[in-house]
Each structure stands twice: as C-alpha cells, then as structure tokens.
Design a binder for this molecule. Structure first.
Ligand code: SF4
Length: 219
C-alpha cells in the first residue's frame, strides 16, 4: 500500500508541481485561515485575512483585544462571520491563556495530547485541528477533506463513507511520518479534486487514471 500511495503522490506532483501550501504569510495567519475556511472557499478567506492585515490585527494579542462584535464585520467575506468571530475569540483565549499567545510554546506539547486539546476547543473540528497541527506547527498529521475522501473511495482504497479518523489513520499508517510529504500530498489531492475528481469524475486526462487499472471509478 505504501508503494501505491507514493506512486499516486508522484503522479500528482509530476502533473501539478509543488503547491506551496499553506498560502499564508505567518503561522498565525495559518491558524486564523484554518478557522475561517470552514464551509467556505479560500478566496473568501483571503479577503477576510486582507481586511485583518490592513487593520494590523493579525497577532494573537491584538485580535484577542478586539471585541467579537468589531471582529465580525471584518471577516464578513468568510461567511458565518458572527459564528467564526466567536470561534476565533475562543481559540485565542485558549492560545493566550495557556501559551501566552505563543505558537512555539503550543508546538512543544506532545502531538497526541495537543491534538486532543485542540479538538476540545469549541468550534475546532478535526480538519481545523489537523490543519493547524500540520500547516502552522509542522506536525506529521494528515489533513483529510472531501476531496481526499472522494479520491480514496473512487479508487477503492477505503470503503465509501469512511470517516475522517479512518482516512487520516490510513495515510498515517501507510506513509512515512514526514510533515513535508503530508503537506504536499494533501494540497495535491485538493488540486486533483478541483480539476478532475469533481462531483462527476473527469478521469480522461487525470494523472491518477492509471491507478483505476481499467475499471471505472467506484460510484
Ligand atoms: S477523476 Fe477519475 S482518475 Fe482522477 S482521481 Fe477521480 S476517479 Fe481517479
């Protein structure tokens, strides 16, 4: 399985090239972006981040000092902005209260403990927690999203309807625990999902078609 997964990875990398994720200027921006991107397209998040940047608010202390009622309109473009303002404030209260606003300090906690801790913060689900762990803190956690599940299911690598933890564990069990590999692999799965593996698969010309071995993708 390890060989097969690495073959898929190589095929994606050859076709799409390095994706340079996460598209953010600082680790703190990654964290904010990971919370804002829930249920919305990245372009909408970029506009919200630009507004926060323009107001010089992209630091744990400044953002924490801003009342949620003033934060919400600044992140309006990201959708569900009142909910997301509260979620950001809750996360910041955790980061500032426990780690004095330092992602460096947070990153020293053992991985399993830190993942459990992040998942206990209200508004932080598995994809958000793992995005923070991988893309902000460089920890070897595989981020799973709808594209990932779809590709794996269509290629019969996992049962249809496999849950988040099952998919994450599958990658982490079969691949070397290298954050750079996980970083790039996830980004490449998003790339193939957007270009080929949409609601209806466009297998013609897809770099992963070889792996279907002549069979149609599983529905
Ligand atoms: S589009 Fe087809 S070949 Fe490409 S990843 Fe999806 S199922 Fe596989």
């Amino acid at each position: 399985m390890r060989r097969r997964l690495l073959c898929l990875y190589e095929a994606l990398l050859t076709r799409f090239g390095a994706q340079h994720w996460w598209p953010a200027r600082t680790r703190f921006e990654v964290v904010v972006g990971a919370i804002l991107t829930q249920n919305t397209a990245w372009g909408n998040v970029e506009r919200a981040l630009a507004a926060l940047r323009a107001h010089r608010l992209l630091s744990p202390a400044r953002l924490a000092a801003l009342p949620a009622g003033r934060l919400a309109p600044l992140i309006r473009s990201s959708g569900y902005f009142r909910v997301k303002a509260r979620r950001l404030k809750t996360f910041l209260a955790h980061l500032n209260g426990r780690y004095q606003g330092s992602l460096d300090r947070m990153s020293r906690v053992p991985l399993d403990d830190l993942r459990r801790e992040l998942l206990a913060v209200p508004g932080v689900g598995p994809e958000t927690a793992d995005s923070i762990l991988l893309y902000a803190l460089g920890r070897p956690v595989f981020v799973v999203d709808a594209y990932t599940r779809r590709v794996l299911s269509r290629h019969r690598l996992l049962p249809r309807g496999a849950g988040y933890e099952e998919v994450r564990a599958f990658f982490e069990r079969h691949l070397p625990g290298d954050p750079r590999l996980f970083n790039e692999y996830h980004a490449l799965l998003v790339a193939v999902g957007k270009e080929h593996c949409r609601n209806l698969p466009h297998c013609e010309g897809c770099p992963l078609r070889f792996d279907l071995r002549g069979r149609p993708p599983r529905r």
